[in-house]
Structures are given as C-alpha cells and as structure tokens.
Design a protein around this ligand. Structure first.
Ligand SMILES: [Ca+2]
Ligand SMILES: [Ca+2]
Length: 126
C-alpha cells in the first residue's frame, strides 16, 4: 500500500508500507501519477488536503502540476471530446480503472466527469 501526504510546506511525502518516506524531484513523476490515481480512486481525503490552484508557493505549484497532468490524461482519453469519459474511453485509456468504474462514477450516469475523474471538485479543468 502506498499513499501520499501533503505537508504544510507543499512537499509531498510518499509513504510505503514499510514506513519509509521518499522525497524530492527524483520521484516527482511517479508521485504525480500516483496522486492522480489515488485522488481518482477516492483514496485521498481530497477536500481537506488538496491545495487550491491559486495557492502561492510550492503547494500551489504542485497542485497546478498535478492538475495539468490530470487534464492531459483526461483530454487524451476523451476521444469524442464531449467533455466526459465513457466506459469505453476509460477502458481504452485506463484499463486499470475499468473494474472500479462504478465507484468513480459518483452520480451513476455512466460517464466520468472531470470532477469524478479527478476525485474532487477543487480544481476547475480550464
Ligand atoms: Ca468522451
Ligand atoms: Ca458520472
């Protein structure tokens, strides 16, 4: 089990099950990907710990970076550009999410909205 913590100074700590924590730019790419996935999976209490996009400093920088990466993933997956992800689009782009589609699809309309994909509604897409 791996999970992330947003610290007050904006540093993201990646914890692993053995209790070690890794910091820094080296692991940034993996951490960003993990943060997006965990947020989408609802594993993070996002409403309380996700910084806002207009927040200054490193915490805001991290939020903007993760938002940008998530947006790229979302737009790439959204093949018909209707602004939401169908089950087919999710299956094609994120096979690992297929199994839990119903969990991500909070309103049960059969599509993932940006907020549902992200796992929280603190970040506007554009
Ligand atoms: Ca779509
Ligand atoms: Ca939905």
């Amino acid at each position: 089990m791996t999970y992330l913590t947003w610290l007050e100074d904006g540093v993201v700590v990646k914890h692993s099950s053995n209790g070690n924590a890794a910091l820094g730019e080296r692991a940034m790419k993996r951490i960003v990907a993990a943060a997006v996935l965990l947020a989408a999976a609802g594993a993070l209490p996002a409403q309380t710990i996700v910084p806002t996009l207009d927040q200054p400093g490193r915490k805001g920088d991290m939020a903007r970076l993760v938002q940008q990466k998530a947006k790229e993933k979302f737009d790439t997956a959204d093949r018909d550009k209707d602004g939401k992800l169908s089950q087919e689009e999710v299956a094609a782009a994120f096979p690992y999410m297929t199994e839990h589609f119903a969990k991500y699809d909070k309103d049960g309309d059969g599509f993932l909205s940006w907020e549902e994909f992200l796992g929280h509604n603190r970040w506007k897409k554009d």
